[in-house]
Structure formats: structure tokens, C-alpha cells
Design a protein around this ligand. Sequence first.
Ligand code: HEM
Length: 428
Amino acid sequence: MLLPDPSEVSRREYLKAAVAVGGATGLSACLDILDEQTVPSGAEDPSTLPTRQHAWNAVLDTDDDSNREPPRHHVLSPLEYVRDGPPDDAGRDTVETALRTLERAYEWSHEGLLFTIGYSPAYFDRFDADLPESVDLPYPEPLSSLEEPMLDDADAILHLASDVPSVPLAAEEALFGEADTVNDVDVDTDLSGVFKRTGRRPGFVGEGLPAENQDVQGIPDSEPVPEEAALFMGFRSIFERNQATEDRVTIKEGPFADGTTQHVETDRLQLQPWYEQDSHYQRVAKMFSPEHAKDELVGEVGEKLENSARITDEIIDHIEQDAHKYGMVGHAQKVARGREDGQPLLLRRDFNTTDGDRAGLHFLSLQRRISDFIRTRELMNGEQLATDTAVGQRLNNGILQYVFVERRGSFLIPPRPHRALPEATPDP
Ligand code: HEM
């Protein structure tokens, strides 16, 4: 991907392109156009930061309806372990020192930098011992007969996020050996002796960004994505009441207590029929539920919903009747069947992408067990609903026909004290 001419595109578009290009070129393009935006510095003593790497909520911004707003710019970096021999203390020191450099450089907040590092089942397979029973981390696999995803074989994955587009880029440069300083903090150690970065998956989320970046394959040329939408599919996300709490997704016991699991799925979007054949009424019905469309609960992009998607028990219980009566069920209605004690199991931190100049979503969720994700994804697939109802395979099955899973991976996000090359059963 090439950088556009800054005089021919909006400032935001240019910044987004710079994040996608990455490396020293992307970073310097970002910094040129940002007029040296000041980014708050980090902790003098990073050991004072929360034990949970995923403790982001307390330092996120909120919108007028008290929904937490995710950071606007993201990069996922898959990593391959490259040291000879099994992970040892020297490797751990390198990883810990490099990550602490970032924490000293940037405030732990949406205005600075938030990040996690997670490890895959393949990473843990190199140890003789198995992961403890308190960690549920199966290898990723296809979850329906219609899927053929590539299965992530990375050993680890970094998720970097900030409201400031240049920050994930500068953090990447610091970690992979290109920078001497990061936000005025010296970079003495980088990750290159331990990990090779095997890819970059940049993206963005939040009002305005999908509309600005809709000139890609998978979205009609008429540029139908509303300005206020947070997602390419045209709605706000994410409502506070439809998210799991950080406590709910946290591992409770064992050496990885205060950790969590992360599911990362790359979905390609095919939104021609979504925007050109479906009406707003149908989009609401397929995204939320037929009742939402009939009772006009949603508004243009979800503004009427305030801080809850209003998926009530009644709407959930109605799903089979909706399938029979309307030949249609909603995405949120289907996945809400996975709640336990009325609470969602997934904390979604997903973001849009234009990787490969195609519209997509890096669907990233945190949950206590990967089986919580699997169960929810199977409910989203709704194969049983399609089989059991009179309309059968012709069921308008939520958003399924517009979303194609291309890649899937699962990772353990250890608590901060074990985040550097953990053993499968570290001492607590
Ligand atoms: C392009 C893909 C997707 C889009 C545009 C999308 C969009 C949405 C929207 C608009 C909602 C309504 C409420 C809210 O955001 O808080 C929602 C809810 C939800 N979605 Fe998705 N979603 C997508 C994929 C997925 C996937 C792959 C999963 C995982 C199985 C998933 C799981 C959930 C869950 C758990 C909820 C909350 C349900 C509850 O209230 O209990 N979504 N989604």
C-alpha cells in the first residue's frame, strides 16, 4: 500500500493510510501531519500498573450515553519465537524490559497506549507440562460446515491500541528495532532477538472512521456507511450493557489467575447486498431482531438504544417464532442466547480493517474460557435454527451471509507478572 498525496485526501484519511503502511515511513508521515501532538508519558515505575493486562476499562473514554469507547487505532502483530532452545530467563528479561519501555513512554490510557501480549496453544506445546486445568485454550478450528478459516500459527500476538494514530506505530518501531527513543524514552532493548514479527493487522473503530475509509472492496461505490457509525456495517458498537465485565472474563484461579483468553478472528465483509438490497428496516432486523425493526427501537445507527441493545429475555425467547413468522432472526438476538445469569460472556474489543483494500473486521474478544467464545460463535452460526425452522436454509440468519471468516486464532493473555515468555505452569 502506498501513501496518498496529503493534499488530495482528508487529514484523517491520510493518518489512517499511514497507520496501515506502518514502519518508519508510516510513522514519519503520521508525525509530519500531526504537528507534534503531545502524548502523555507513562509510569515511572511500571510495576504499579494493574496485574491484569486487559484492565483497560478504567482508562477508556465514555460517550454521552456512558458507553465505553474503544481506542480508535489498533495494530495486531503476530509473533514467532526465534531463540534457540526453550524460553529462558534471558529471553524473559528481554521481553519484560522491552514492554516496560513502552509503559514508561506512554500513559496507560486511551490517550497514551494500551496493549496486551498473548500466547497461543502452539507456544505452550513446547513445554513438557500441560497448561493448568484453570486455563481453557484449545487450538483454533472451524466452527461450522460453511467455514474454512486459516488457523493462526503464531506463537504470540501483540495488540496495540491508542486514540493517537502515531502511537501504535511508534510502539511497533520501538519493539522491532527501528527506533532509538519512543516518546522521549530511550529504547535499550527490543523484541527482535526473541520474536520475529510475521505480519501486521492494522485497523480502526469509532464514529467517523468507517465512513471515511469506505472506499474499499466489499462496500458499494455509493459510500453508504453513515458518518456516525462505528462499524462498517453501519451501527454503533459497543453498548455497555451488552459487554461482559472485565471480572467476568478474568481467569479466577491457578498460576494464570488475573489473566484472560483472547480470540482473534479476521472476517471479510461483503456489504453490496447489505446496503443495496436490504432496507434500513431489514438491516435493523438482521443486526438486532425483527422486534427492533417493527418497534423502531434503534434509530439510524443505534442512537435510540443509548447504552443497551435492548435484547430482552422476551426477544431471546421469541427467536424460533421470529424465524417462522418473519423468516428472519437478528445477530444480537442469536448471540444473546449465550448469556449466563443474564450477563454476556464476551468482552468485545474488535475493530474494522481495510487490509488488502477490502472491508473487514478483526473480531477480537476476551472471555474466561475459549469455550465461551466457541459456544457464542455457534449460536451466531445458528445452524440448528436454520435446520429446525420451516424456512430452513432460506432463513435470513442475522448477519451471517455478509461475514466470512478468513482466519482464527486463540491466545492466553497472562497476568502482567507472567507476560514475558511464560512456562505452561509458572510458579504463582
Ligand atoms: C461483522 C461482524 C460483526 C458485527 C458488525 C457485529 C455487530 C454487533 C452489534 C451491533 C451488536 C449489538 C450490541 C452491541 O454492539 O453492544 C452485537 C452484539 C454482540 N455480538 Fe456481534 N458483531 C459481529 C460479529 C460478532 C462475532 C464474530 C461474535 C462472536 C461470536 C459476536 C458476538 C456478539 C455478542 C456476544 C454480542 C452481545 C450479545 C448480548 O447482548 O448478550 N459478534 N454485535
